[in-house]
Design a protein around this ligand. Structure first.
Ligand code: HH2
Length: 266
């Protein structure tokens, strides 16, 4: 199962973290049965896709070993199959990608933009979709001092190059999604410039936007991480208005409601 581009409406991707240190839900779903139960809830709330992640990419987060990550992600992937919704796996590791593809993942979501040696190759011979995200630096240090001469041009150039590499390897364009990577080596100003540039980025490929509960929402609203739902829903709505095809969110029920109103009032 892959996520084809011919979407008649924006899709809501529900976040399922299987990590002890994800920034926004503090490891509440480290146990796979809890993660599976959470996934069931998100689908009942209207999630169109699930995004399962076994390694936190929170600024300052520590990397996890390959075995640890596979041990976190695969049981959850198997456990949510019966739900019948497409499942994305959020990973930077080619070995995890290959295992996820074998286990039936519909999308591989790589915040490192498939730059690890063997990453594109791990998904190439499947019909799995790919989400190619931009990140400056690496998670541990990316927020130290992000710098760009022109953030939009640089992010666009990076994504253009990655899309070309993927296509050069025979990965069909219809399988590719891009993501400017909000908060990944970016200041608030960088994030806002990229947000404004979403219509421009959609000319390259369909865009996935992940701003849910992030620091930029906190910086704008002055809210702590557990109080960023309304800000996150507003941002998701704006992202969709500016052309996002998928929004990656924690608060599925609220985002789905907001999008229903948006669609009904088009
Ligand atoms: N953000 C996070 C993780 N994966 N993938 C995409 N495509 N776009 C994003 O913006 C994105 C992502 C943030 O990760 P983490 O710090 O683990 O927090 P959470 O998973 O709770 O959002």
């Amino acid at each position: 199962m892959s996520l084809c581009h011919a979407l008649d409406r924006p899709l809501v991707m529900g976040i399922v973290n299987v990590t002890p240190d994800s920034f926004s839900d503090g490891g509440r779903f480290i146990d796979s049965s809890q993660a599976i139960a959470h996934a069931h809830r998100l689908v009942a709330e209207g999630a169109d896709i699930l995004d399962i992640g076994g390694e936190s990419t929170r600024p300052g987060a520590q990397p996890v070993t390959l075995d640890e990550e596979i041990g976190r992600v695969l049981p959850v992937l198997q456990g949510v199959k019966a739900l019948g919704v497409p499942v994305s796996v959020d990973t930077m590791k080619p070995e995890v990608m290959a295992a996820a593809v074998d286990a039936g993942a519909a999308m591989i979501n790589d915040v490192y933009g498939f730059r690890a040696p063997g990453a594109f190759e791990a998904v190439r011979h499947s019909d799995c979709s790919l989400c190619i995200m931009h990140m400056q630096g690496e998670p541990r240090t990316m927020q130290d001092q992000p710098r760009y001469a022109d953030v939009v041009t640089e992010v666009e150039a990076f994504l253009t190059e990655r899309v070309a590499v993927a296509q050069g390897l025979g990965i069909a364009r219809e399988r590719l999604w891009i993501d400017p990577g909000f908060g990944f080596g970016k200041t608030l100003e960088h994030n806002l410039a990229l947000f404004r540039a979403l219509p421009r980025l959609t000319r390259l490929a369909p865009v996935l936007v992940g701003v849910s509960r992030k620091r930029m929402i906190g910086a704008i609203t002055g809210r702590d991480v557990q109080e960023r739902m309304v800000g996150s829903v507003a941002a998701a709505l704006r992202a969709v208005e500016r052309g996002a095809g998928i929004v990656r969110v924690h608060d599925v029920r609220e985002t789905v409601d907001a999008l229903k109103i948006w669609e009904a009032t088009q």
